[in-house]
Design a protein around this ligand. Structure first.
Ligand code: NAD
Ligand code: UDP
Length: 327
């Protein structure tokens, strides 16, 4: 049996990862401070014999007593707010979480001799001049802008992982995650998929930022978790490797698809495009395919149907969508 630590384990992606690790027989500790995560995401695991929750802020060194005593085989480092409004709410805290959280996870990996997976992001490519984005692309991040707390935080986290590999022999592995969606997204976290679905179900206008021609490539969460495990199970590959779905859609196309699938009569309203909002984004998945055998299996329409079904069960829909979706 393998023992895994998932920082950010009460979050959207983290909670799905925890489920998959438990399903294959792992012992799992989820560590989270509920900054953007939710108790509901892991409520179904209460009382599970192989699951433990530790409430802790990764800005501080990881505890070594109680549920955190004993060695971990694998550490998945996901703790970090991921939605632009959430990570810009307290930008300094976001940078600290990314830098110090990754440092502490790596120190624990070194002490335990654990393999570590770092949840990096397509945001390290910034507003990319190369399209689609390959892992060799070094990116175009505005270090001075409001997204930099997240982008630069994730970039230094990648550097730390490489330095712990070279200096301390830690088996750190990097995945660059492209926009991922699915059940358990926080209805109020402000990302485009959750915003559009919540707005459509509440009969409120869908807010498109800018002219709606900017693109994203949306990956269903189950496919992403499959990619995580493929990298962690691989004998030697350590990335960085892009993970996502390479179907590419404009935000206007996404809005129209959500309206169709929810049978909503909401109108579309146009809002200012946020500063430094990337204009286009699509992963080159060549490395993921050839080295990990990665293949996404859930097309956007099917994934949205499953996500919409989830949001229909959420109380926030009955109360109305968040009106102000930006910081
Ligand atoms: P999320 O906000 O749902 O999850 C993040 C989790 O980290 C939450 O449970 C939150 O409470 C926890 N957390 C934040 N700061 C913390 C701190 N200081 N100490 C302890 N816990 C803390 O977001 P998500 O979409 O599940 O993202 C998970 C990871 O994947 C993040 O690292 C994110 O940067 C990365 N990622 C996600 C996407 C995506 O599209 N979902 C894309 C790229 C990268
Ligand atoms: N967006 C939008 N309406 C919203 C929320 C976001 O048009 O209500 C746009 C946003 O400007 C961006 C895209 O959708 O161009 C994806 O935004 P999201 O916050 O989901 O992720 P990220 O920008 O980090 O890729």
């Amino acid at each position: 049996m393998s023992r895994s630590l998932v920082t950010g384990g009460a979050g959207f992606v983290g909670s799905h990862l925890v489920d998959r690790l438990l399903a294959r027989g792992d012992e799992v500790v989820a560590l989270d401070n509920f900054y953007t995560g939710r108790a509901d995401n892991i409520a179904h695991l209460r009382g599970h014999a192989r699951f433990r929750l530790v409430e802790h802020d990764v800005i501080g060194p990881l505890p070594t007593t109680g549920e955190m005593a004993g060695r971990f085989d694998r550490i998945f480092n996901l703790a970090c707010p991921a939605s632009p409004p959430a990570y810009q709410r307290d930008a300094v805290y976001t940078t600290k979480t990314s830098f110090l959280g990754t440092l502490h996870a790596l120190e624990r990996a070194e002490a335990d001799g654990a393999r570590l997976l770092q949840a990096s992001t397509s945001e390290i490519y910034g507003d990319p001049e190369e399209h689609p984005q390959r892992e060799s692309y070094r990116g175009a991040v505005n270090t001075l802008g409001p997204r930099a707390c997240y982008d630069e935080g994730k970039r230094v986290a990648e550097s730390l992982c490489m330095d712990f590999r070279r200096q301390h022999g830690v088996d750190a592995r990097l995945v660059r995650i492209f926009n991922t969606y699915g059940p358990r997204m926080d209805p109020a976290d402000g990302r485009v998929v959750s915003n559009f679905i919540v707005q459509a179900l509440a009969g409120e206008p869908l807010t498109i930022f800018g002219d709606g021609k900017q693109t994203r490539s949306f990956c269903f969460v189950d496919d992403l978790v499959t990619g995580f495990l493929a990298l962690m199970d691989h004998p030697t590959e350590h990335g960085p490797v892009n993970l996502g779905n390479d179907g590419e859609f404009t935000m206007l196309e996404l809005a129209e698809l959500v309206l169709e699938l929810t049978a909503s009569r909401s109108e579309i309203v146009w809002r200012d495009r946020p500063t430094d909002d990337p204009m286009q984004r699509r992963p080159d998945l060549g490395l993921a395919r050839s080295r990990l055998g990665f293949q996404h299996t859930v097309p956007l329409r099917a994934g949205l149907e499953r996500t919409i079904a989830y949001f229909r069960t959420q109380r926030v829909v009955a109360q109305g969508a968040p009106r102000e979706s930006r910081p």
